[in-house]
Design a protein around this ligand. Sequence first.
Ligand code: BTN
Length: 239
Amino acid sequence: MHQCTSTNDIVESSARTGAPHGFVSICETQSAGRGRLDRSWTSPVGGVWLSILLRPPGRQSFLDSLPLLGALAISKTVSAQLRLKARVRWPNDVVVDDRKIAGVLAEAKSMGNELAYAILGLGINANFNIDEIRETTNAATLQSLHGAPIDRVALICAVLFETENLYELLCTGKVEKIISLVREFECSRGRNVKVKLPSRELLGTVDDYETLGRVCILTPHESHSIDTSTVLSVEYQSN
Ligand code: BTN
């Protein structure tokens, strides 16, 4: 599709009319792309803006696992295809040298305690000039890091393939396997962070991933088990 409001919107309306698990929407540009916590997400022509419909087995913890899973799929793909050191940065970013190259947004439709479906939205800064997303601080595009425009079709195919493999692991209960891959491809552990939560702020160090949706933060006298879905923002301090 050339343009849409948000690929998550396309997947949502398709899900309501019966689109199957695995349905994917890809747009060249989004007029109302959104990020975590309803922030706007600028989506110029040349990026990779896509969303995947997941009709999952149905628990909230499943939804909470998706941002890290999506970020891992992108990190693995970019590292392998473009030989860039792409890393997952908790809670939902992919960075190269601490510059954001991608973000992940997971949304869901609930029916009582069950999830009817989930939507995994992936946004990758691929082939455009970084000035087009000036409001995002410290971001980069793959084109600038790679030194030439990248093959978006090859990237999309590989990201979808990785996502499918990781999703399969999630659905078959192999969460520990995914967490060990996250540990291999992440750059947050050991870093000093300021984590904003609805009722407090923590200044501490990222310790480890307890689950895909829960991270342990160490402050000078305590350890805090933080549910990622409650996090309003994470600021990384230079260690
Ligand atoms: C973030 O970093 O806050 C998440 C950004 C997610 C952006 C992607 S682009 C494809 C999909 N459609 C959207 O509107 N958002 C996600």
